[in-house]
Design a protein around this ligand. Structure first.
Ligand code: DGY
Length: 440
């Protein structure tokens, strides 16, 4: 007999729908007001799935708006600045992306100059296969897939010029997990910006102990400055670029996205593109074996500067589950780790292992639980047949949200909701789960 949940699912769903409506800026969804006043890449892909549960046409609009920011080299930026806001730093002026980056003669919004975890193809596949397909014609979906393929190709060439099968990130923001302790060592070799006059906005909106440290921001800004000086041209990035890491999370999400994209392109009869994807998928599958540490029984990120694995377990290290990248033995080790944390009364999945010295339960990516990461981990666990654990994580997360509200992230002991409130992807994850499982 399955335990009954402790929340009113209809109320939760209605609240979730209202948050997406409230954060709708006319075709795109801001993650939350003021703290993140633009369209963010992976947030939006997940929001589209939330919208799908009650407004399919609006879901496709989200995708179209995101793709308006695509560069001519295929890169899909991490932020699309559809309209100006005084509340966020660094804004479009700081990124200062040259007009030459965009397709010639096409109107476009300003964007940032780096990318973000490419969960879009997975979301588009879910939209396309589960949707009624009334609002979006097959022809348009095919075009969207072609654009996504160009983005993935950009990852392969710009972020993996040696064709190893694993792409690197050149900025912690590109990983989406900005201040993960996995980046501490590589970030320590990045100089601080010389710009002493810039003003962070996030800490005037959110308690500073829930956000990255100032010394980290100074380095984030330095990286923006050098990437900007090189016109974001990856060919100008040399071997001595200080921050080059293989992010196990982003690479897992990309592998899953390649699989989903291939399934769609197959339906459109695009044979040669499918073969191209198949080759990349196989290359990545083989390369992933190098990210597994048999001694510590974890997948780990790798520092490309030193060539060493970064032995800090984070929630990203479970994302290979989302892409079918783990062998059976690896899966059972990952499941035991999660069960062990649960036995110690931690809510799953803390963004940093709770026994790590760098674990901080309230600070951004250094400990808190993130609902959208849980969504991906739960998908992976179910794919591997661990339905019970997947259900437990799902129900724990929903109970957290119902008890504390729709926050950006949560204390792993369930003490508080943290970061931005009325948060769009948290609402979207509720709607995705409510849609597919009816909260069981
Ligand atoms: C931020 O501003 O905190 C974002 O994570 C950068 O994309």
């Amino acid at each position: 007999m399955k335990a009954q949940h402790q929340f009113d699912s209809q109320t939760l769903m209605e609240q979730a729908r209202n948050i997406l409506r409230q954060n709708d800026r006319g075709g795109y969804t801001v993650p939350t007001e003021r703290l993140y006043p633009y369209q963010w890449n992976w947030d939006s892909a997940i929001c589209a799935l939330g919208w799908q549960s009650f407004d399919e046409a609006r879901a496709w609009k989200e995708i179209r708006m995101l793709l308006k920011g695509q560069w001519s080299n295929g890169m899909l930026p991490h932020i699309v600045f559809h309209q100006d806001s005084p509340d966020y730093f660094p804004n479009a002026d700081v990124w200062n992306v040259s007009e030459a980056c965009f397709p010639h003669g096409v109107e476009h919004p300003p964007t940032s100059g780096i990318s973000q975890p490419p969960v879009l193809a997975t979301c588009v596949r879910k939209l396309w296969e589960a949707g009624k397909q009334t609002s979006t014609e097959k022809g348009e979906v095919k075009l969207i897939c072609e654009k996504i393929l160009n983005w993935h190709r950009w990852f392969w060439s710009a972020r993996d010029p040696e064709n190893t099968g694993l792409v690197r990130v050149l900025h912690p923001w590109e990983s989406g997990m900005d201040n993960s302790p996995a980046w501490d060592e590589p970030l320590a070799r990045v100089p601080s910006t010389q710009n002493a006059s810039y003003v962070r906005q996030d800490t005037s909106l959110i308690d500073a102990h829930q956000r990255p440290l100032q010394k980290e921001y100074d380095r984030y800004l330095y990286l923006v400055e050098i990437l900007r000086d090189k016109d974001y041209d990856s060919r100008a990035i040399s071997q001595d670029f200080p921050f080059r890491v293989i992010d196990v999370g982003l690479n897992s999400i990309l592998q899953r996205a390649n699989l989903d994209l291939k399934a769609m392109l197959d339906q459109f009869g695009m044979r040669s593109e499918c073969q191209e994807l198949e080759a990349r998928i196989e290359l990545t599958q083989n390369a992933f074996t190098k990210l597994w540490d048999p001694q510590h029984e974890h997948f780990y990120n790798r520092d490309e500067f030193t060539g060493e694995l970064i032995r800090v377990p984070t929630s990203a290290c479970f994302l290979p589950l989302f892409a079918g990248l783990a062998g059976n033995e690896q899966v059972s080790k990952m499941v035991s780790t999660l069960e062990n944390w649960m036995d110690q009364k931690f809510l799953l999945v803390p963004s940093t292992a709770p026994d790590e010295p760098s674990y901080e339960p309230e600070r951004y990516w250094r400990g808190p639980v993130w609902p959208h990461i849980n969504w991906m981990i739960c998908e992976g666990l179910s794919d591997y047949g661990f339905d019970d654990l997947s259900r437990k994580i799902r129900m724990q997360t929903l109970e957290l949200i119902s008890k504390l509200g729709f926050y950006e992230y949560y204390h792993p002991l369930g003490e508080s909701g943290l970061g931005g409130s009325s948060f769009s992807w948290t609402a979207a994850v509720c709607l995705i789960w409510g849609n597919s499982t009816n909260f069981r």
